[in-house]
Write a protein that binds this ligand. Sequence first.
Ligand code: SF4
Length: 325
Amino acid sequence: MNKLTHIIKLGWAYKISRTDHPTYPPFQYTIEPTNVCNLSCAFCPQSDPEHHLRRGHGKLTEENFELFLRRIKEADPGNNKINLTLDGEPFLNKNMVRLVELAAAEKFTSVFASNGTLLNRPLIDRLSASGPFHISIDFTAEENAFESMRGQKGHYALVLENLRYLIEKARQNENVNLSINDIASFDGAEPEASLKELKSLFESPPPGRVRFTSRQFHNFCGHLKTTESNRHYRLCPYPWTQLAVTYNGDCVACCRDTAARTVLGNVFEKTVMEIWTGEAYRRMRRNLLDRKPELNAACADCDLPYSGGEIRWRIKYMLNSLLGR
Ligand code: SF4
């Protein structure tokens, strides 16, 4: 389906008809290469000692990834972007470069987030040759703040070097696209000044291929104890836009549901459309339409429906987020 038609159908279903039964396929697909991580960042559920008790550890296999790509093509032959992100650090799956290569062979651009600590020059060289990708890495200019948020010391210089090398590759190779996300606001820093400081660490990054953003934080379905004073309810768009899948094929509520609190079907066993239009998905949407997020395990403690006038509700932000991922 062409992107414009897709966005119109999605907008109509979510905003105008408010149906629990969309007839179009998901706009975005995301699958995790692994749910294991080598860090325990304060803002991430990986820092919760009980996080892995909920669903254990695992890795996506090449075969299952190929099956997922086929499922996407069946549902929406026009789709050409695959997100390789949910929980975990993707490069802890030793096949990560191969996954990007398999996606490229099917004409997909891979989009993923990494903490950047497992990269090195040879790996970045292999990745750059494997196919088009957009990598997103969190960083901040202030070393002590970075290391305390990351939960481990000793990675600042390494990540900085990897970012500089990725920028160098982006200058030469159009496969390489990079977002550097400033996380300083989590530590209380003023976002604009901090972003400026972050940019100053890098010399003339190629415009268009390298972006700098200030990361918007959310509470990961209750991982962070936010106290929302705003009781104005807004309908979450994710169940109308995105199919999020764990390494073992379980479709979960959205990209925030890293603990797989709400499972809506298994995409290695059923087609995308069987799950997307199935009763479990429809019930989740109905609960949100009825303003009862508490009836969905994942949504019960999520801060999104009550996140007031935040930037993420602006149309421009939503469209950028839809098209950028
Ligand atoms: S309300 Fe929160 S947990 Fe539920 S689908 Fe939306 S973003 Fe995900």
